[in-house]
Write a protein of this length. Structure first.
Length: 570
């Protein structure tokens, strides 16, 4: 991803390739930067490190290139053994439908707690790991791996013998004990299933040392592939990243020699470490029909780190709130954090990267969701943002039966027209099918939508005029001025018409709006003004001017200003 303003990027810099301790920086490329964040995540999980991100980076930057490799060699394997073991534990269940006593259920729950306690190891001090030889590190890794296997067998063996354990593990339908007994290192990562050391024919019981040797070769020598005269062992392809092509399957994609990790190493130090850590910042969200892996990215390391931390902490609230949108949860956290920085550059350079899953070695439904520059500028205004940060009912009735709601800010971020949602909500209010009464979100939404419509007409889709001719601060000012006009017109309509008169004309006005018949709409109001001209001449004069300037002479967005008048009749 291109970075336009280097001030917004972390000040951490890479020293030269020959320096003793080359440091880490965010590159402005989300793909590599996700790996950098994943690397930090692994190190934090395994080692006792400073809590503050700035102190953490300063601390890690003290280590040499070789020391970083030593630390990640140990941490990466321990982290993944823990992660995989917790996944196995969460998938271990008693058979449904089988008659199981309350006592058995209680024992099973206690067994899971004991295993979880064994999995959640005490964090290590980096210097203690660095003092070990490779064979000593390997021994610690294998001891941890064997301890978990022992705890699984000890605590679940009785349930397995009594045929209580459910078979849940992929195609072969194994129980957790059968899975634990078969695997070598307790390490499964779908994103890297093409890596040689994770192949089921290699990573199996009694083959643990071979797995460690292959992984060592990858970390210290950059060898991704096993020995093969026809393929570069250090190749940068689908083997190490699902976002890349397979060299064997798509050799004609490359016009020259395919990139390898040594090539990348000339650009960024230790790229293979970051590529191996790439999947870890993604949050796996599985609820009802929703299946996503999401990662928030901005080219500022501190902001990216903090927001992903907050997302991870708050994601649990999804499971207890059936009506909460993942999108809303995510962007609410992001916008709240970023609005404090008051920088549209920062906001417009944010993305949510999502993928649904992995099937037959391919990523499913990859999406990149960002905020365009115009939307970013508008959202940073507190008044507009708080008004758009509203849920609007667009279908159903007061009881909530068959109701449908939209989060206005979400539709705005996705660059969708807001008018269609506002008119649906207004119709519900007219028919008394909603309890919603707030006017401000309606009028601000109409003002924002009107401004975007007029910009669309004026720029005629020209990308350069759209982004270089706009005075973005003026856009916010103009939206607020439109809101003031609409709000005053709405109040004057409300004050001028009696309740009886409001009810008589409202349905005719909304019908004219839906048919986009400006002539009928204007005539209904003008006729009513004639009847009420003696009641309050000043109000009538103001509303006549409003209709002439904003509806009769307006071809771009007259319906927005017209609907604001109908809001005054509610």
């Amino acid at each position: 991803m291109r970075v336009e303003n280097r001030e917004n990027v972390s000040e951490i810099k890479i020293k030269g390739r020959n320096d003793i301790n080359p440091e880490i920086q965010f590159t402005g490329n989300w793909f590599i930067d996700a790996g950098i964040l994943g690397f930090i995540q692994v190190m934090e999980d395994v080692y006792e490190l400073p809590n503050d991100i700035n102190d953490l980076i300063v601390y890690l930057n003290k280590f040499s290139d070789h020391e970083i490799k030593d630390l990640i060699y140990y941490a990466y394997l321990v982290y993944n053994i823990k992660k995989t073991s917790l996944k196995f534990l969460s998938r271990t269940q008693l058979k449904k439908g089988k008659k199981i006593s309350l006592e058995t259920n209680e024992k099973f729950t206690k067994s899971k707690i004991k295993i979880k306690k064994a999995i959640n190891f005490k964090k290590e001090y980096p210097n203690e790991i660095l003092s070990l030889q490779t064979d000593e590190m390997n021994k610690k890794i294998l001891n941890y791996n064997e301890l978990i296997k022992y705890e699984f067998r000890k605590n679940f063996d009785l349930f397995n013998k009594d045929n209580f354990l459910k078979k849940t593990f992929s195609n072969n339908k194994k129980t957790s004990i059968e899975k634990i007994d078969f695997i070598g290192l307790i390490f499964e990562e779908q994103f890297f299933q093409n890596l040689y050391f994770l192949n089921t024919s290699v990573n199996k019981k009694n083959n643990e040392m071979k797995v460690l040797d292959i992984f060592y070769d990858l970390i210290y020598n950059l060898n991704v592939k096993k020995e093969d005269k026809t393929i570069d062992r250090k190749i940068f392809d689908k083997t190490i990243s699902k976002f890349m092509f397979s060299v064997e399957g798509f050799s004609n994609v490359f016009y020259g020699k395919p990139t390898n990790l040594e090539d990348l190493n000339r650009i960024i130090v230790n790229p293979h470490i970051f590529l191996l850590c790439f999947p870890f910042p993604f949050l796996n969200i599985s609820k009802w029909e929703y299946r996503k892996n999401i990662f928030f990215y901005t080219p500022n390391l501190n902001v990216c780190y903090k927001i992903n931390k907050k997302l991870k902490k708050k994601i649990d609230s999804i499971w207890s709130d059936t009506g909460l949108s993942i999108f809303k949860l995510t962007w609410s956290i992001i916008i709240d954090e970023i609005s404090e920085l008051n920088s549209y550059f920062t906001l417009e350079n944010m993305y949510l990267i999502e993928y649904e899953g992995i099937s037959q070695q391919a990523l499913l439904n990859v999406e990149y969701v960002g905020i365009p520059k115009l939307q970013a500028t508008i959202i940073l205004d507190d008044s507009i943002r708080s008004s758009l940060n509203s849920n609007l009912q667009i279908k159903g009735d007061k009881t909530g039966k068959n109701s449908e709601w939209v989060w206005v800010l979400e539709e705005f971020i996705k660059n969708r027209p807001l008018f269609i949602y506002i008119i649906k909500n207004v119709i519900l209010r007219i028919n008394k099918n909603t309890s919603q009464k707030a006017i401000k979100p309606i009028l601000y939404s109409l003002s924002v939508d009107a401004k975007i419509k007029s910009l669309g007409k004026n720029t005629k889709g020209d990308i350069f005029s759209r982004y270089f001719s706009l005075e973005l601060e003026d856009v916010v000012f103009q939206i607020k001025e439109s809101y003031k006009l609409m709000n005053l017109a709405s109040k004057n309509v409300s004050n001028l018409f009696s309740q009886n008169k409001k009810e008589k004309i409202t349905h005719n006005l909304i019908s004219a709006m839906k048919r986009q018949n400006k002539h009928v709409f204007v005539n209904i109001f003008l006729k009513s003004f004639l009847e009420l001209s003696q009641k309050d001449p000043n109000l009538v004069k103001h509303l006549n001017n409003y209709i002439f300037n904003n509806i009769i002479q307006n071809e771009e967005n007259w319906q927005n200003y017209a609907l604001a008048m109908i809001v005054g009749l509610l």
